[in-house]
Write a protein that binds this ligand. Structure first.
Ligand code: CTP
Length: 244
């Protein structure tokens, strides 16, 4: 059952009308920041480079791109519709606002898994005894899209792992109900220009792409996503089911 955390926010339709015949990629990129007080936050080392490279590659291939980005030090691709967000909640709402008008959703962002229960309105003072900060899980954006049974977009997630890469990624593919999971080793991928990928498909197929610049990998990924999207949906966006 859908939990309170995964519910689409009030006033936001999950399926806005599709307005053009052009293929639209929605891509999330970068980290999120979960504020503790006005000067501190919880975040991670994601640079956003993989997501931005996918955005560039999709634009180069002639697709429309909606790039929903956490705070990064990268120049936005010129022709993308850029939506800058900071927190996981802002990213959740932006994704749900635009997913229904997209054909391929690629959730590449390193969304923080936890946020403080309370955000202090004033700077928390140093305390010689130490302090504890109570954290709650953030909403899982990928999983919330995976739960939309009638979705009309290809859903792609990433898996950042440091161990048991394939097993952990396969679990995410299953539990978040995506079409594709792109698994990478976070120690190779974080803050660098190169990556190596293991791509897991819903039908059990696997594809490995050995270490290469993120710009090269992004072009390969865009080709794969577009091909699988066309296999899954016909040109009227009706899902094609194969008879067994
Ligand atoms: N993701 C998301 N919302 C979250 C957490 C993750 O949409 N709150 C998405 C990421 O964008 C990515 C996928 O889920 O596409 C997997 O993210 P990852 O950080 O690898 O895994 P987690 O689900 O956070 O699990 P864990 O940290 O335990 O590996």
């Amino acid at each position: 059952m859908e939990s309170e955390r995964d519910r689409v926010p009030r006033g936001i339709s999950s399926y806005p009308a599709r307005q053009t015949d052009r293929v639209t990629f929605l891509i999330t990129a970068g980290p999120t920041r979960e504020p503790i007080d006005p000067v501190r936050y919880i975040s991670n080392r994601s640079s956003g480079k993989m997501g931005y490279a996918i955005a560039e590659a999709a634009l180069d291939a002639g697709y429309d791109v909606i790039l929903i980005s956490g705070p990064v030090n990268l120049a936005p691709p010129r022709d993308a519709k850029l939506i800058s967000v900071s927190t996981s909640d802002e990213m959740f709402e932006a994704v749900h606002r635009h997913a229904g008008a997209s054909d391929v959703c690629v959730l590449c962002a390193a969304v923080a898994d936890y946020k403080p229960v309370q955000v202090s309105p004033v700077k928390i003072k140093k305390n010689a005894d130490g302090i504890s900060i109570e954290l709650v899980p953030t909403r899982d954006i990928l999983q919330s899209l995976g739960r939309q049974r009638a979705r009309e977009f290809l859903l792609v997630g990433f898996a950042a792992e440091t161990d048991h890469l394939e097993a952990n990624a396969a679990k995410k593919l299953r539990e978040k109900n995506c079409d594709i999971i792109v698994a990478n080793d976070a120690r190779i991928a974080m803050e660098t220009d190169e990556n190596e990928l293991l791509i897991l498909f819903r039908d059990g197929e696997r594809k490995k792409i050995s270490r290469a610049p993120k710009t090269f990998l992004a072009r390969e990924l865009v080709k794969i996503f577009f091909k699988i999207r066309n296999k899954k949906f016909d040109k009227n966006n009706v899902m094609i089911t194969e008879r067994t």
